[in-house]
Design a protein around this ligand. Structure first.
Ligand code: PLP
Length: 388
């Protein structure tokens, strides 16, 4: 039978991160959970805040038909209004419920944005290393994913390289700050330089800014991108900030200041409709309205970050000091990160080799794990370093 070969290929090839996580789970079952140091998945180890539980309990008192019923496709107006007001308080903006479309996490928010913007043959620039699903989501629209390496010293956007990659087919640039996998946060100046290049291009180029880690920073300021470049769409989720990845809840924002706002809003609704991404989980729409201003528990990640960076630096590893998110970008001890990963595996260490992020010679170490795992893993990191 003829089926969609592209979908077959995506399903058959699987995500490297998920394959490593599955290997980790199997290995834990085999030799014991405490003997495997799985740093692969970005699954928050911090529990969801107490306010989430209280909000769920409150929602459970609603009549079942209301609690479990369909909501409007874009989400409950009262929820979108609450989220818009929260953004306005933080960023001095003037957004309204109409500018937001609630989604099943950042993945759906990105997919909706991409289907809103791209036509087959368009080119979309991503800054490598990048979250590997971008490529899948971009290609599903028929557009091409164009990888542009970040500055390899600072891991800020290499604006000149972006400028050189722009062609008449470039439809958008996708950025992610705080960044998965590097933990970098793009500075205001870096974003202003990018904005200048995009503004000077001879056609309109949209900036899609993917921000699930916005709240997870260690002192760094995360600039509000739509205030720097008007033709921006923002994607967000509560997977990391409220530790709710399994609940699938986030949003797409088309700022009222976007010059194409009035065309983009119905297109977002149309993309959601055509993809079947309508009325995101009703219970968790209510929860995010109640909890959108609850601070993330950064302390736990900051503690992990300190233990990991101090431990690895004592052992002679080099890495990029993360300013946000919960990943450490560690230099592989040999040019081939896959070969390095295979050696790490022998000591039950499971980072993710950088190739799947569009970059060679590094591994990503996710430190959203229980604190003890970091300390317990140090002898294994030491044995790994001794191999070189
Ligand atoms: N974007 C980035 C940069 C991510 O790291 C992730 C998940 O790890 C996502 C998007 C997808 O997030 P969600 O779980 O909200 O779909």
């Amino acid at each position: 039978m003829d089926i969609n070969e592209q979908s077959y290929a995506y399903g058959a090839s699987k995500s490297t991160i998920r394959e490593i996580a599955a290997y980790g789970a199997a290995r834990k079952a085999e030799i014991g959970a405490d003997k495997v140091f799985d740093f692969s998945l970005g699954n928050p180890s911090v529990p969801a805040p107490e306010e989430v539980r209280l909000s769920i309990e409150k929602a459970l008192t609603l009549p079942a038909v209301q609690l479990h019923g369909y909501t409007p496709a874009a989400g409950l107006p009262i929820v979108r209004d609450t989220l818009a007001k929260s953004l306005n308080r933080r960023y001095g903006t003037n957004y309204s419920a109409n500018d937001l479309y609630i989604t099943c996490g950042a993945a759906a928010a990105l997919t909706i944005s991409f289907h809103t913007l791209y036509n087959p043959g368009d080119e979309v620039i991503v800054i490598a290393p990048y979250f590997p699903e971008y490529k899948v989501f971009i290609e599903a629209t028929g557009a091409h994913c164009v990888e542009v390496l970040a500055d390899q010293k600072t891991f800020q956007i290499d604006v000149e390289a972006v400028e050189n990659a722009i062609t008449s087919k470039t439809k958008a640039v996708v950025i992610n700050s705080p960044n998965n996998p590097v933990g970098s946060v793009y500075s205001e100046q870096n974003l202003k330089d990018l904005a200048e290049v995009l503004t000077n291009a001879d056609h309109n180029i949209c900036l899609v800014t993917d921000e699930p880690y916005r709240e997870i920073v260690y002192g760094a300021k995360v600039p509000w991108v739509p205030s720097i470049y008007p033709n921006t769409m923002v994607t967000y989720s509560y997977s990391k900030s409220l530790s709710l990845p399994g609940e699938r809840i986030g949003w797409v924002l088309v700022p009222d200041t976007n010059p194409f706002h009035d065309k983009l809003i119905p297109a977002v609704a149309g993309a959601g409709r055509s993809l079947g991404f309508v009325c995101a989980p009703a219970l968790f729409q209510r929860v995010i309205a109640d909890c959108c201003d609850v601070p993330s528990n950064i302390e736990a990640y900051a503690k992990n970050r300190k233990a990991l960076t101090e431990g690895l630096s004592k052992l002679g590893y080099s890495f990029i000091e993360p300013q946000g998110a919960f990943y450490l970008w560690v230099k592989s001890l040999e040019p081939d990160a896959n070969a390095f990963f295979e050696k790490a595996k022998q000591f039950e260490l499971l980072p993710v080799p950088s190739d799947s992020f569009g970059c060679k010679g590094w591994v990503r170490v996710g430190y959203c794990v229980n604190y003890e795992i970091i300390g317990n893993s140090m002898p294994a990191w030491e044995k790994l370093a001794e191999q070189y």
